[in-house]
Design a binder for this molecule. Structure first.
Ligand code: R5P
Length: 229
């Protein structure tokens, strides 16, 4: 199975975790898009009364175009489950997200969800996070100053670009600085340090957030986080 087939396969398997009347968080990216399409098909076939919350304008538009009910996160009482993709996942179900610049809304939705499921193909699995550059979302004002701080932290930052001249902006109008984690041994400490920098809005380290990873290989594989006692 190639990567796209694995993403589609994982999306189909994730449908089994969804029931009528749930409120479902919709992730962002190519894998999440497969899930949104599969979900809308199931909702129409079964005449489900489902509510969704989107993690980006792109996913909200896709879901609405397919006839799903999309609510603002502030208008739902709870999110039962969020299904999203990921850029890199380690055996502890920690991961890097934000390759599509949606990390902020994705983290807001994930942290308000009772359960988080990530759909990946095998290429996203890694024994240790750091193959993928870590996205950091920063406000425009003083972004260059934050960049210098990241240089001093030995993170080899680079601004994400839309094209040769223009920087990439997120749905919230922020910029993204991608950094290199290969020299970093203590990711929880780094996550705390990054959050403490004024001007940093969020980073794409999702530690202790994901409950289940569905790997769309043939046969399908799943990783689950052990429940805390
Ligand atoms: O910002 C984007 C998200 O974190 C995506 O879920 C992530 O980049 C994975 O995207 P894809 O499914 O396209 O590989």
């Amino acid at each position: 199975m190639n990567q796209n087939e694995q993403k589609q396969h994982a999306a189909q398997v994730a449908l089994a975790r969804i029931q009528d009347h749930m409120t479902v968080g919709l992730g962002t990216g190519s894998t999440a898009a497969y899930f949104i399409k599969a979900l809308s098909k199931r909702v129409h076939e079964e005449d489900w009364q489902l509510t969704t919350v989107a993690t980006s304008k792109e996913s909200a538009e896709l879901a609405r175009s397919l006839g799903l009910r999309v609510q603002d996160i502030d208008d739902v009482a709870a999110i039962d489950v969020t299904v999203d993709g990921a850029d890199e996942v380690d055996p502890n179900l920690d991961g890097i997200k934000g390759g599509g610049a949606a990390l902020l809304f994705e983290k807001v939705v994930a942290l308000r969800s009772k359960k988080n499921i990530w759909l990946v193909d095998e290429s996203k699995l890694s024994p240790r996070l750091g193959s993928f550059l870590l996205p950091i979302e920063v406000i425009e004002f003083g972004a260059q100053q934050v960049y210098r701080t990241l240089v001093h932290m030995n993170l080899h930052p680079r601004f994400r670009m839309k094209n040769e001249e223009e920087r990439r902006y997120t749905d919230s109008g922020h910029q993204i600085i991608d950094v290199d984690l290969s020299q970093q041994n203590d990711l929880p400490a780094l996550a705390r340090q990054l959050k403490a920098i004024t001007g940093v809005v969020e980073h794409g380290l999702f530690l202790g957030i994901c409950d289940e990873v569905i790997i769309g290989s043939q046969p399908i594989k799943t990783l689950t986080r052990p429940r805390e006692a």
